[in-house]
Ligand binder design. Structure first.
Ligand code: SF4
Length: 288
């Protein structure tokens, strides 16, 4: 299998065949994200992708799912993506589902019928980065979409029945907007009704604009208690029937379950974290 640079995939795709069909991210402007700073966005050609599918056909017969990397494979032109899904079905017939990262702009380029056709061809899961439901925060971090656009994109995916996993980022609004961010994020998620919410905690990276703003004192992270109160406010505001995971390596402690079933257990754990009764992941062991 041929990979260029660092390949990033969601934790739940750990056992998937990773096909790097695009390189980097077509947006690449989020101020907190250092994932693809060193990569110029490009869609790999059919020959390159075909060689990797051939490799998977010979060596990955036990892996039942495919993840299309890098940052937003949905940026591929629709006819090519459709042909790619058909090819995966033809050449890797044991694969049960295909997944990818997508941003709201690329989702909204497709109508419901096109998304439904991709679902028919195996696209079963889309991971979308919301980060925040707060418009001021979305603008400040250069996300390239406001909350209304995010909601529309999320709803469009859900109308097709594709599993929608949405990522939110604790700390991304900074200290002053922390709770406004938590409330607005819960509100946007409620209107979107994703299948899964994944909560990560911001890590400031040296190679990012937000890292630079933090060094200059322009951006101030909430402290740990502030981050936990942000999570508490978010959970209290959520009215979802969805998987809820805050078990990424960037978090100080782990939550994993379903809403609304596990809400009280989650809130009790967050309360323990606030009171100092919970073991927290040491700073040195947090990771992206
Ligand atoms: S957060 Fe996502 S959309 Fe933003 S630059 Fe990084 S990969 Fe691209």
């Amino acid at each position: 299998m041929h990979y260029e640079g660092t390949v990033i995939r969601p934790p739940s795709e750990a056992h998937s065949i990773i096909l790097q069909v695009t390189l980097g991210c077509s947006h690449n402007r989020c101020t907190f994200c250092g994932a693809y700073r060193d990569k110029r966005f490009r869609i790999r050609n059919d020959e390159e992708i075909g060689r990797d599918i051939g490799f998977a056909g010979r060596h990955c017969r036990r892996q039942k799912t495919v993840f299309l990397a890098d940052g937003d494979a949905l940026a591929m032109p629709y006819p090519r993506l459709r042909a790619l899904c058909r090819r995966i079905r033809r050449e890797l017939p044991w694969v049960r589902r295909i997944a990818l990262y997508a941003n709201s702009r690329d989702i909204l380029r497709l109508d419901v019928e096109q998304l439904a056709e991709l679902k028919e061809l195996g696209l079963g899961r889309i991971y979308m980065g919301l980060e925040s439901g707060d418009d001021a925060t979305l603008a400040a971090i250069g996300k390239g979409a406001d909350s209304a656009t995010m909601i529309e994109a999320g709803r469009r995916v859900r109308r097709t029945g594709i599993f929608l996993s949405v990522t939110c980022l604790l700390g991304i609004a900074g200290k002053d907007r922390s709770l406004a961010h938590a409330r607005a994020t819960a509100e946007v998620l409620n209107r979107m009704q994703p299948s899964q919410v994944a909560v990560l905690t911001l890590m400031l990276l040296d190679n990012t604009e937000l890292g630079r703003q933090a060094r200059q004192g322009v951006f101030r992270m909430p402290d740990r208690t502030g981050l936990f109160r942000e999570l508490q406010t978010m959970i209290r505001g959520l009215e979802l029937r969805a998987q809820f995971q805050a078990n990424h390596a960037s978090n100080y402690f782990s939550l994993d379950g379903r809403l609304p079933r596990d809400r009280e257990r989650f809130l009790a754990t967050v309360e323990q974290a606030i009171s100092g009764a919970l073991h927290l992941t040491p700073e040195s062991q947090r990771a992206l």
